[in-house]
Ligand binder design. Structure first.
Ligand code: SF4
Length: 314
């Protein structure tokens, strides 16, 4: 197991050395031109009983996000087909639930998973806390991965969320792993945490057995009306350091440059790809948060000489 001291030693390497190590490991395990494009769809927006202090969908804050009912399978199918035509190979579904309740809504989500898989896409869902039984049923439906972020360090977590415990997160992750579903688990930078908190989060991820196959690294998108609306932006060099450290610690994982890309320059994103990030979410919104336009992403990929969006299969 990698200790916090070891992680700190990696993170604090001189920048060129850190980047070189991350690039070498990245190339040994991945094609560096293979940046997976994922689409993320909110299948049930807003009205969430949790109080995550960064979230537009929490019912605790007045953010102007109107709650919606659970989407139909037909609508999900249409969106997934469209995302596939635009080059997505993974389709992620998010529901603003504290936990996934039994009954018709859960059955519908299972049907959505079957439909996304039928279209030949990887399927990832995030539904809040899961029981062991629900994890098994998702596995049977063909789910590729379950997203359940730890967000930040264990010690900083109560400053960000008071309606659930870090250990409850861990328990759902164990249920997912036990069912044989890959875990997608990462964090958010810019929640008022310090460097040590970020490294502690990586240590928590490194302690998971097996390690997560997918690690989303988000930068806070400050949402007006939430307690973190005035949070300071993440330092770009610190972001690249964290991506590189994650790549070194998790050689096989997809490290996903997730929320916050709309506030990143193309140069910063390119540096993150060099440091080992090998996935983005595309589409004009990310759940309810802004995201770069598809056009801007397609142009960036073209300018970086990466496989073109417009060349995607239809
Ligand atoms: S992050 Fe998820 S669990 Fe937290 S308030 Fe938002 S939708 Fe609910």
């Amino acid at each position: 197991m990698t200790t916090l001291d070891e992680i700190r030693t990696i993170y604090q390497l001189p920048f060129p050395e850190l980047l070189w190590r991350a690039m070498s490991i990245h190339r040994a395990h991945h094609d560096p031109a293979d940046i997976q494009r994922c689409a993320l769809l909110s299948i049930k927006t807003g009205g969430c009983p949790e109080d995550c202090r960064y979230c537009a969908q929490s019912a605790h804050y007045d953010t102007g996000v109107a709650p919606t009912p659970l989407m139909t399978v037909e609508e999900v199918s249409r969106r997934a087909q469209r995302a596939k035509e635009r080059g997505a190979t993974r389709f992620c579904l998010g529901a603003a639930w504290r936990e996934s309740k039994e009954g018709a809504p859960f059955e519908r989500v299972l049907e959505m998973v079957r439909e996304v898989r039928r279209l030949g896409l990887e399927a990832c869902v995030t539904l809040g806390m899961l029981t062991e039984e629900q994890a098994h049923r998702l596995k049977e439906a063909g789910l590729t991965a379950y997203n359940h972020n730890l967000d930040t360090s264990r010690r900083h977590y109560p400053n960000i969320i008071s309606t659930r415990l870090y250990d409850e997160r861990m328990q759902t992750i164990r249920h997912v792993q036990k069912a044989g579903i890959a875990v997608c688990c990462g964090g958010i930078l810019g929640l008022g945490e310090n460097e040590e908190d970020r490294l502690m989060l990586l240590a928590e991820l490194a302690a998971l057995d097996p390690p997560p196959e997918s690690i989303p690294i988000n930068c806070l998108v400050p949402i007006p009306g939430t307690p973190l609306e005035q949070a300071a932006p993440v330092d770009p060099i610190e972001l690249v350091r964290l991506v590189a450290t994650a790549r070194i610690l998790f050689p096989r994982a997809r490290v996903r440059l997730s929320a916050g890309r709309d506030r990143m320059s193309r140069e910063l994103q390119a540096l993150c790809f060099l440091a080992g990030a090998n996935s983005i979410f595309f589409g004009d919104t990310l759940l309810t948060a802004p995201n770069p336009s598809e056009h801007a992403d397609a142009e960036m990929f073209r300018d970086l000489g990466l496989p073109d969006f417009s060349a995607a299969s239809s």
